[in-house]
Design a protein around this ligand. Sequence first.
Ligand code: SF4
Length: 415
Amino acid sequence: MSMEMPKTPMLDQLESGPWPSFVSGLKRLAQSEDKSYAPMMKDLLGQLERSYQTRKGYWKGGTIGVVGYGAGVIPRFSELKDEFPASAEFHTLRIMPPAGMHYTAEILSQLCDIWEKYGSGLIALHGQSGDIMFQGIRSENVQPCFDEMNELGFDLGGAGAGVRTSISCVGAARCEHSCFDEARAMRMLVNAFLDEMHRPSLPYKFKFKVSGCANDCANAIQRSDFAVIGTWRDEIQADQDEIRRIVARRGRKWLIDQVITLCPSHALSLNDDDSLDIANHDCVRCMHCINVLTKALSPGRVRGATVLIGGKRTLKIGDLMGSVVAPFLRLESDEDYEALLDLARRVMDFFIDNALEHERTGEMIERIGLVNFLEGIGLEVDPNMIRHPRTNSYVRTDGWDEEAAKWKARHGAAE
Ligand code: SF4
């Protein structure tokens, strides 16, 4: 077993940029000499350096699980186990987070203690599906580690061709833009499809994501098969006195430049008396004006959610944002939430019956046609359904290094 810190000239370069580097984190764990996982992390760094040199990954899969579950542990066996024996097995435990990612410090501390006892100390909060990713554990530790986390109230998340762990934004507990009970919607959907998560049996992955408004903090539109995104049906609530105070403080030009001209549907105008005119029938609920004028504007009173199906970047057929299939669902009463669940069941049944192997919902809809899909799930075509809000979610990254340097200057070199 190698106990020396491996030489990692290529990985070291990744620490030289302005952003925090995962390499520094791995080194910190490897240098924790009093911890049992230090040798594992040293060998992991050694293998990773080799991967950078040869441009080759050395992990292979296998079968690892815990009693009663068919998914949730990602097996990682090293092809370089003779050279790096301490990290020969480096499995990942996917654990479902609480709705809205609300943790107490005590729970986080208990999770860390369990992971230090059995695993590598390396945790990713959170993976793209939403799971807490506990990365790096040997086969014999998987079951006892999961048992202790389960005792704390946590369950394994999804993996493989099944329902994946769901995610919801921070929601009504911390955000005034919330348009429904996000945590309730997420828990309801997860609980209803727990079998498909624990025993993957679908043609391919299926993800639910829940965001309380169109800011979409859960990335639902581009990263989920079934996106529930909050919206409202009536008029934006406006406090005109507050608008006037903002104009008095920041000027008419600021409001026009920062809010009115940036409204994508030109639904805003500033009156002579410094009040804001909102053409609500033109508003596409993008959230921009509400985000900028948080104190003065808020979503309407008739709130609910839009459901979009088939988002994913990147699919074999390219990037897809979800298509709107339910423009507005009121989400207040038990019946309203039951209706959302009923829609989810119909979509899931159709997906199971009609998708090809290794085909996501977006690809299935492209293949069979949106009209056939709507007919299959029993929805009437509605002019408010939107097929392509935008098809490409790529952002240009030119100039990011300069932005990073400015950020560093603002926050001090110590960062
Ligand atoms: Fe315009 Fe968006 Fe505000 Fe609607 S929410 S008025 S579309 S900026």
